[in-house]
Write a protein that binds this ligand. Sequence first.
Ligand code: 3PG
Length: 386
Amino acid sequence: MKFLRDAKVYNKRVLARVDFNVPLNEKGEIIDDFRIRSTLPTIKWLLKNGAKVILMSHLGSPKGERLENLKIDAVQQRLTEYLDLSVVKAPDCVGKEIEDWTREMGSGEILLLENLRFHKEEEENDLKFAKKLAGLGDIYVNDAFGTSHRAHASIVGVPKFLPSFAGLLLEKEIKALNKLLKNSQRPLVAVIGGAKVSTKLKLFKELLNFADHLLLGGVLANTILKAQGLTVGKSVVEENMVAEAKKLILTGTNFHLPVDVVVSDDISGKGKIKVKGPASVEDEELILDIGPDTLSLFGEIIKKAKVVFWNGPMGFYEQEEFAQGTINLAKIITQSGAYSIIGGGDVLSILDKLGLAEKINHISTGGGAMLAYIAGEKLPGIEALK
Ligand code: 3PG
């Protein structure tokens, strides 16, 4: 694999795949820009070395549709503020007009392409689409660690056509996670919550082998509880993964689901809120957080840990009433003295809000990508650079 520092970029069009998939609120404002900040060293390095910088990213899951609320404008604005120079945004990510723009760029200029996932060919890893993207650069840089577990056109297709390099962030992430993998200190505890159940579930076998304890919450736990035959009421569940979860043998002593949950019939926090065992959830209720007994069980395990890695919130943390599980878990982990690694935008935004982010040993820009790497999977984006 070649690294950016070895690339000759002066006056070259450098097409950089970055992960600007940042969490947005309902007004389309960025909730947490850690992924943008983490990419600045690469962008600044490229500018300093006289490259013409063309940035491409996905944002959310528009699934091939041009969705107004998933245009990359908020990112453009934030980048302009951080770099203190004008970042031009293209109306699309492929096409003759955009290619002409890239050829007219001067050294030290930046062009941000529109959301890659407005084209379904991106996720389909369409080679013709990858070739069109590759036409926008002379050199390709992957700095999108957070998306490197996806075999998408901008991640694995483009490097087939251009000299390719790992960006500074990708390099940093690989080094930090390799350090964790070499860290023989035990017990190692993995805490996994949030959604994207399909990405996480397929890593379970490896994670159960790798970690001494696996603690689960969020939509992931809901889906497994349902697979185990419990009535989870109206809880958010990844329905098409229930059958998959049924196939997993999840009975080991190192595997921990919530023993109590916070439920309500209203996600706005205005309804009746109860704490109960996961077996007593009623038809009209939703599981919205882990309960206090789960928190103390998880806490006891974490306090004995030497290494903790964490991805995904324990509940519907966006609503204050259901954020306590995630908030208290953040406090327990940062006070535990264990070597800590966290990944994923949601957890990071909570730690940032609590002022606890600097107490974490390594904050990864990857959620699913971090889990896949730790589980020993070969990430397509990294393999494509080799
Ligand atoms: C992430 O948020 O984990 C990455 O940006 C990848 O996004 P995805 O899970 O929608 O592919």
